[in-house]
Write a protein that binds this ligand. Structure first.
Ligand code: NAD
Length: 458
């Protein structure tokens, strides 16, 4: 879509929103079912595109993108009427006879901007939330996953109501042009740096934003944790999509006495995941492009590589790599890694691990591996993160009733399940009072009698 056509599309969507086109529950249900059909009937085409962009295996594409989004849609189909229902609240006696209720209303025409790492899920799950709440949406897939962007751009007009959903393809100039428009909500998933740009642009029109950003998600491992389970769950979260996951464990803080045991467990887990050869495994993805490949191999410069370290620029392959004796001022500990490199840093007391986390930006996720509730509670109660997991990594995203979002620099707002419905809804407070009785107690002139009555009632 040429940039100059954007205002026209927006105007058309606004007209259909104003006409009430997207409000009826029947329309919302139909759109969610169409979206589900898009995903189910095109599993192979979507998985092929994801393979082309990121060399994702079919299984990974299905679990983390296609089926994940279908589950979100199904959850909305089951609960959206309940989420949309007005909720009565008490009205103080002084205002009686009257009633008060909280209503959910759609926001209007929304903009959804997606990143490249889960380019299906992170465009279509927010779309499902926007539609369930009765909104129109313009989608901007990431240009960095071009095969997926092309498939989405082709399928969405085939399946979805064109009076409510449009796709705009493009990179920075197109996104900049979109951000200049006045939206009713902007839902952005991507980096913290671009999140700032989005928030600034939204401030021009006082448009509310949801920012799903990134950061360095720590993983704390106590010596009492079952190391083989911990290693498997950490590496599964870290190496799915070759580490290019916003909630992947970025680094591990391990209790000093258990570091060798954890390293041994990591070594044997890697062997079992990829039969000793990740490069040959169809289950191991590739880095998105040479820019990120160079950034990641740059992070390894000067590091002590304890495991892995192999790479191939022509194949965009980076071996799962563990680094130890890490200089905390080096880039690998200063920026979000977003790749298959795992620094391991020892601690002596749990307070030291907690302080390590609190000395840095609030992360999108934090994981703790321990058998002791006192240890996990100490971490959960004394740190702040978008979400958290005890003896898991990444998996909490799959629980639709858990709101998903960051805190501070890792994001603003949340979605998934009801949180997604709420994110794309305005909560409107409505008070209704009978016009039949109208005692003049509240109206001037304020006589002593009225003051006395008011003081008693209010
Ligand atoms: P990105 O911020 O570079 O790009 C995201 C989107 O913004 C793309 O559609 C892109 O076209 C657009 N964009 C890029 N530069 C822009 C600019 N200058 N002006 C306007 N728009 C611009 O992010 P990415 O590289 O695609 O994704 C990786 C980042 O996203 C990581 O930081 C990761 O942690 C984060 N992420 C967060 C979540 C989450 O749910 N919280 C999920 C996935 C990725």
């Amino acid at each position: 879509m040429p940039v100059q056509e954007i205002p026209q599309h927006l105007q058309e969507l606004r007209a259909s929103f104003r006409a009430g086109h997207t409000r009826p529950m029947a329309w919302r249900r139909k759109q969610l079912k169409r979206l589900k059909a898009l995903l189910r009937e095109n599993e192979q085409a979507l998985a092929d595109a994801l393979h082309k962009d990121l060399r994702k295996s079919f299984f990974e594409a299905w679990i983390t993108e296609i089926n994940f989004t279908v589950n979100e849609i199904d959850h909305s189909l089951t609960h959206m009427e309940e989420w949309a229902r007005p909720r009565a609240v008490d009205t103080p006696i002084a205002y009686q006879p009257a009633s008060s209720e909280v209503r959910k209303e759609p926001l209007g025409v929304t903009l959804i901007i997606g990143p490249w790492n889960y380019p299906v899920q992170l465009i279509l799950a927010p779309l499902a939330a926007a539609l369930s709440a009765g909104n129109c949406a313009v989608l901007k897939p990431s240009e960095m996953a071009p095969a997926t962007a092309e498939v989405l751009g082709r399928l969405i007009p085939q399946y979805m109501d064109p009076q409510a959903v449009r796709v705009v393809q493009g990179a920075v100039p197109e996104t900049t042009a979109l951000l200049e428009q006045k939206w009713d909500h902007i839902f952005f998933t991507g980096s913290t740096a671009v999140g700032r740009i989005v928030m600034k642009a939204a401030a021009e029109h006082l448009t509310p934003v949801t920012l799903e950003l990134g950061g360095k998600s720590p993983c704390i491992v106590a010596a009492d944790a079952p190391m083989n389970v911990a290693a498997r769950r950490i590496l599964w979260g870290k190496l799915t999509n070759a580490g290019q996951t916003c909630v992947a464990p970025d680094y591990v803080l391990v209790e000093r006495g258990a570091q060798d045991k954890l390293m041994a467990a990591i070594k044997s887990t890697l062997q079992s995941f990829y039969e000793g050869n990740p490069k040959a495994s169809k289950d191991y993805a590739r880095i998105i492009n040479t820019r990120h490949f160079d950034r990641l191999t740059g992070l390894l410069e000067g590091q002590h590589v304890a495991l892995g370290g192999d790479s191939d620029r022509d194949d965009l392959y980076i071996e799962p790599t563990v680094v130890t004796d890490v200089d905390l001022d080096s880039p690998v500990m200063q920026q979000e890694i977003f790749g298959p490199i795992l620094p391991i840093i020892p601690w002596d007391t749990i307070q030291e691990a907690i302080d390590f986390v609190n000395d840095r930006e609030k992360p999108l996720a934090l994981y703790v591996f321990t058998k002791k509730r006192a240890t996990s509670e100490a971490v959960l109660q004394n740190t702040s993160s978008g979400g958290a997991g005890v003896n898991i990594s990444v998996m909490h995203l799959g629980v639709p009733d858990l709101p998903f979002g960051g805190v501070g620099p890792s994001g603003t707002g949340a979605y998934h399940g009801q949180a997604g419905f709420d994110c794309f809804s305005h909560t409107k407070s409505v008070m209704t009072k009978s016009a039949l009785i109208d005692p003049p107690v509240l109206y001037p002139p304020y006589s002593d009698f009225k003051k006395k009555v008011t003081r008693t009632l209010l």
